[in-house]
Each structure stands twice: as structure tokens, then as C-alpha cells.
Write a protein that binds this ligand. Sequence first.
Ligand SMILES: Cc1cc2nc3c(=O)[nH]c(=O)nc-3n(C[C@H](O)[C@H](O)[C@H](O)COP(=O)(O)OP(=O)(O)OC[C@H]3O[C@@H](n4cnc5c(N)ncnc54)[C@H](O)[C@@H]3O)c2cc1C
Length: 293
Amino acid sequence: MESLIGRRIGVLDDGFVEVVDCMGDDAAIVQAARVSYGEGTKRVTEDRGLIRYLMRHRHTTPFEMCEIKLHVRTTMDCWRQWIRHRTANVNEHSTRYSVAIDSAQRTAPGQWRLQSKDNRQGSEGSLSAERGEHFSGREAEIIASTRQVYDERLAAGIAREQARKDLPLSTYTEAYWKIDLHNLLHFLELRMEPHAQYEIRQYAEAIGFQIVSQWVPLTWEAFLDYRLGAMSLSRTEIGLLSLLHAGRGVEAVEEMQVAGWLQREGDICKPSREAREFAAKLQRLGLSPPWQT
Ligand SMILES: Cc1cc2nc3c(=O)[nH]c(=O)nc-3n(C[C@H](O)[C@H](O)[C@H](O)COP(=O)(O)OP(=O)(O)OC[C@H]3O[C@@H](n4cnc5c(N)ncnc54)[C@H](O)[C@@H]3O)c2cc1C
């Protein structure tokens, strides 16, 4: 971990994550857990087993023995999502006190994502680079003109707290962000997930794969197994899976119709959002949704 302190990991076009300080490691988690479980597990393999047990059973407090302080630079719109995680201690660059950072995130012509048809909060596919060229050009104009107006206001003596009001959300901000490992893993679980917005996912992946994996490797491995790479099944889904396993796919489809998961329109079954989420889980298990077979 020593080697990570002070190293900047670049994210997006001008953002970064940098470890300022950290406390604890896998051993500190094990040590704290032994207070409740007693002495006796000394070898690395036993430490690994204990950490995996804690993660599996959501015995979370030993993970709170580790803390990390990051210096982050991210866009204001990304920060708006980030700051929703209330369990961190934060101190952000003040644009009342200081001049706003003169940098805004730019989108390359091939990076304009299209609105998802299924998920109102998501995106899928992207605009062709040819069409994106226009929007990247317009973006550059907005960034330049809003900054020019901002600088003009400052030059005229207008207060920084008011001059900033028209800066775009793509403007970078910086903060110190301190959080314990338990709450950091919660953040990573939510923000590394494919439904999280692409931009914040880039930060979460940088923190997860490049920092946490090296800081607490045993915890990271357990997190990938039991949290990030795991999936939960509802009671209904378990019932449907049992029916599928028993070769009773027709009954499963009937149950899904009763539950409102499937709407029959002529010969076609239209799956609800929950049914599509179940289909994605089935796909991970190598199974086809019963209404498609
Ligand atoms: C894909 C995605 C889409 C989202 N969409 C929206 C949206 O459309 N609109 C929107 O407003 N937000 C949205 N959010 C933000 C989301 O609702 C949460 O606010 C955010 O993810 C922080 O989660 P959290 O509260 O669990 O985390 P934290 O604030 O870090 O809290 C961690 C845990 O501590 C506990 N906790 C913390 N504070 C309290 C409290 N005051 N009372 C009780 N328990 C507490 C809870 O158990 C909580 O899970 C979205 C998040 C994601 C990941």
C-alpha cells in the first residue's frame, strides 16, 4: 500500500484518484474479528477463510477497522452522484472561496451514448462518430463560452459565489474523501454495477481494481466472489427455478403470467422489467427464459 500513496490514477480525460492516506489491512480485519471469535486462526489460509466467512455472512464491523483517504478530481455531475454516499467524510474545493478549476470533461465524437429504450435511467449503444462530431464541437463551444463569461464576471469584480452559476456540470471539482472499508465496498458494489452511470463507474473501477485490490487483497477477492460477482434470487425466482429444473416450464410461464411478469399479446409473451431481470439471471446460469423455449 505504501507504493500507492501519492500515485495518481487518471480517470476520464482530466480526472484522477489519489490515495492520501490509509489505515489497516487484511490483518487488521482478522485481528478485530478474532476479538469476537477468539484466538487460534493464525495462518494466511485461515485468515483468508475468516475474511471470506465475514463477507459471506455480512459480519461487517471488522471491515470498518480499515479506512482510506482519497483525493479525487471528478466532474460536478459525477460528484453529484458520488456525494449521495453519506457515510464518507468529505471536504470539497470551494468555488465561493477559490476560482473554479479551469477544466471540463470533453466527449469524443464516438462517445455520445444513446438513450436506453428499456431503462429510463440508462444508455445503450452510441451515436456514430460522424454524427457525434457535431455534438463534440457544440460541447467545445459551450465550455469555451461559459468559461469566458465566468472569467469576465470575475474580472468585473463579481463575487465568485455568483460568477460560477452558469458553469457547466462537466466542470471538474476536487475533494478529499475519507471512508471506511465497509462503506467503501458498499459504494463500489453500487457504482461498479453495470446500471451505474459510465462516468462514475470509471472512478469506482479505478478505486476497486487499482487500489482496494492491492490494499486488502483477501477482502477484495471475497468481495468479488460474494458481492460484486454474486446475484440474489427472490423467493418467486427460486420457485420458478425449481419448476424449470423439474422440466415444468409451462407451469413457470403460467405462474409468471399470474404474477404479472408476462403479458400475452397473441402468440407473443411480453416480459415485464422484473421478468427481463430474471432472464438475465437465467442467462448467467446458462438457462433460457421459459417463455422463449
Ligand atoms: C444505479 C443508481 C441509480 C440511482 N438513481 C437515483 C435517482 O434517480 N434519484 C436519487 O435521488 N438517487 C438515486 N440514486 C442514489 C441512491 O438512491 C442512493 O442515495 C445512493 O446510491 C447512496 O446509497 P446509500 O444510501 O445506500 O449509501 P450511503 O449514504 O453511503 O449509506 C450507506 C448505508 O448506510 C445506511 N444509512 C446511511 N444514512 C442513513 C440514514 N440517514 N438513514 C438510514 N440509513 C442510513 C443505509 O443502510 C445505507 O445503505 C441512484 C443510485 C444508483 C446506484
